[in-house]
Design a protein around this ligand. Sequence first.
Ligand code: SF4
Ligand code: SF4
Length: 135
Amino acid sequence: MQFTLKARDLDSAIRRKVEEISGENVYACYQCGKCSAGCPSAYAMDVIPSQIMRFLQVGLEEDLLGSNTPWICASCEICSVRCPRGIEVARIMEALRHASLRKRLDRIAIQGIPAPAIKETPPIALVSAFRKMTS
Ligand code: SF4
Ligand code: SF4
């Protein structure tokens, strides 16, 4: 994954939107990495939680909305508990999901799920996936 920083990103719409939804101040993060070190889902994320915080600080909107991280986040809140700055990182992840869905950027296409997979998947799993990942 390659990242490109532009000067106009520094006052980005995505940072303002995430702060508005979450109530958190992304500039409070000083990049200690404790959230990432404790995250049980970090191994599957393309951008670890502390990097998400940095991306927000510098306004990398495309990279944030394209990342799988907010969708893989299990909302376990370990990151929030570990943060020495008191940042609710789990809320940041939720806000990123909302910001994405408000742009109609669905994470899964219902029509694209093969019929056999639908048949084998517990209905509750499908329903929760649709609720979390589609607008
Ligand atoms: S809430 Fe999400 S980002 Fe935070 S530790 Fe849990 S899985 Fe990781
Ligand atoms: S634990 Fe808090 S201060 Fe440290 S990198 Fe994560 S969000 Fe930033």
